[in-house]
Design a protein around this ligand. Structure first.
Ligand code: C2E
Ligand code: CA
Ligand code: CA
Length: 486
């Protein structure tokens, strides 16, 4: 509208000017010309102001787009945008083979905890810079979140090992502590172009998880074995609920004997009598459920079964105990103490008859909290056992403060030793250590009479292993107990 008005005004002024030229009145002519110049100046200013607003809006809009598509700390694409860009790249360049690489920084939590968040951010920025400097224009990369990054690159376009090695020389320091930043990378060579980009990254991540804890091997490719594992994981995860309901999954019992060879209890060991896959040992399914967290439900079921069995044992059998396994993952999904206490109350069981087996890995995180839980167990009358002592994370230092009753030593970690004399020395000293700390000792994996005699002489208190009996059904266990008693 203002455009129409100013044009009308301009038209009127020009008309007036022509008229004045004819009339010969130059004063009026001057005035009109000045007026015209003022109008022109005002008009230009207005256009300039409008242009500035348009420019400012456009910049703000671009900034908004940038903020929404780029990660704040590293300036790389965010996960959603990265997936989108990768989808387009794969769809557009159909004749090019691509790889998906998923990588993360080893122990990034330690970087943040020890060196502070500012150093953590700076490490992430360095990774981003390393990516920018070492990539070619065909690469699409971004930050997937946390310390995880993703790349889509033409197959064989880079010597990733060389690149990764170059980056893994990066050291950070706070003056007193130095830490080497190591990255691990999982790669999925895209063989199925039509699957979701997120699934491609799942596959690369699976490859990554196969090397995550290794110091020397940093890169792994997704392969057929991993593919089969994923299919297996999915299958058994879908079936476990029904398997529990139908009691295909149940505890087996392996006798535990004292230094007179008498059965004093048993360990509950899970078995799955699968209708199609046959009789499954725990190593074929426990790792799957530990990875996806379903172990919590499985363990709750086994603990309940153990309580149910204990509650039916009367007479001589009422003195027997059952040891249950607690997975380190259980602590992440439930209040383990509350869960087990509720069970023994429900089944009216003396807590000392339900022994608690934990492994050293339980103490790897949240040490204080875990110690408090074990203390609660002991104060409530449960017997706490440290399972697989010596085969995992070395907690010799923690051992002095840990609320424990029994040290459970696996013969396996000694049988791998070529030097049996040295193995004996270790065993003797571990048993002595256990006694000196006021703990009972239990050796598992005892397979021969000679081993039993030797351990007995060394002062071991309790024994478990194929020499006495393999894990068996509850029925079988009850029968051998009755036979012994009779
Ligand atoms: P673990 O707790 O160390 O259990 C002892 C394992 O050693 C059992 O294997 C047992 O069958 C085996 N074993 C016993 N005596 C001998 C022997 O003389 N020689 C040899 N070579 N092996 C012997 P299994 O039953 O296959 O269990 C393997 C692991 O699976 C267990 O190791 C435990 O970590 C886990 N597991 C079993 N049941 C459960 C469960 O209900 N919950 C959880 N979270 N884990 C379980
Ligand atoms: Ca155990
Ligand atoms: Ca064990």
């Amino acid at each position: 509208m203002s455009k129409v008005l100013s044009f009308a005004f301009l038209f009127l002024a020009v008309g007036l000017l022509v008229l004045q030229l004819f009339v010969g009145n130059y004063i009026l002519l001057d005035l009109t010309a000045t007026g015209l110049i003022i109008i022109a100046i005002l008009r230009i200013e207005k256009v300039q102001k409008e242009a500035a607003v348009v420019k400012k809006n456009a910049t703000r809009h671009l900034q908004e787009i940038y903020n929404a598509t780029h990660d704040k700390i590293t300036g790389l694409y965010t996960k959603e945008v990265l997936f989108d860009k990768i989808r387009k790249t794969i769809d557009e360049k159909k004749d090019i083979q691509y790889w998906i690489a998923y990588f993360d920084i080893k122990d990034f939590k330690i970087v943040n905890d020890i060196f502070g968040n500012a150093m953590g951010d700076s490490v992430l920025q360095n990774v981003a810079q390393w990516l920018r400097e070492n990539s070619t224009k065909e690469w699409v990369f971004g930050r997937l979140g946390g310390d995880d990054f993703g790349i889509c690159l033409p197959a064989g376009n880079a010597n990733l090992e060389q690149l990764e090695r170059r980056f893994s020389r990066y050291m950070i320091s706070n003056g007193s502590i130095e830490h080497r930043i190591i990255m691990h990378m999982g790669i999925y060579k895209i063989t199925e172009r039509d699957i979701d980009v997120s699934i491609m990254f799942d596959r690369a991540q699976l490859a990554l998880s196969s090397v995550k804890n290794e110091y020397n091997k940093h890169i792994a490719f997704y392969d057929n074995k991993m593919r089969k594992q994923v299919m297996w994981d999915q299958m058994i995860s879908a079936q476990i609920e029904k398997a529990i309901e139908e009691k295909q999954v149940r505890p087996y019992l392996q006798p535990i004997v004292d230094n007179n060879g008498l059965i004093i209890g048993a360990e509950a060991l899970i078995r799955w009598d699968h209708p199609k896959e046959g009789f499954l040992q725990p190593e074929t399914f426990i790792p799957t459920f530990e990875r996806n967290g379903m172990i919590a439900d499985l363990d709750k079921y086994i603990w309940r079964s153990a309580c149910e069995i204990l509650s039916t044992w009367t007479g001589e059998k009422s003195n027997l105990f059952i040891s249950i396994n607690i997975s380190p993952k259980d602590f992440l999904f439930m209040d383990v103490f509350a869960e087990i206490t509720a069970l023994i109350e429900e089944y009216h069981i003396d807590p000392s008859r339900l022994r608690i087996e934990i492994t050293e890995t339980v103490m790897m995180t949240e040490v204080e909290n875990r110690m408090a839980i074990l203390k609660q167990f002991r104060e409530s009358g449960f017997i706490v056992e440290m399972d697989d002592f010596g085969s995992g994370y070395s907690s010799l230092n923690q051992l002095k403060d840990m609320p424990l009753d029994v040290l459970k030593i696996d013969m396996k970690f000694l049988s791998s030793s070529k030097n049996s004399q040295k193995a004996e020395i270790i065993l003797r000293n571990v048993l002595k250590l256990s006694g000196d700390l006021g703990l009972s000792s239990l050796t598992e994996g005892v397979e021969t009479e000679a081993q039993y005699n030797m351990l007995n002489k060394m002062g071991c208190d309790l024994f478990q292993g194929y020499f006495f009996a393999k894990p068996m059904t509850v029925n079988e266990f009850e029968k051998i107990c009755e036979a012994k008693v009779a």
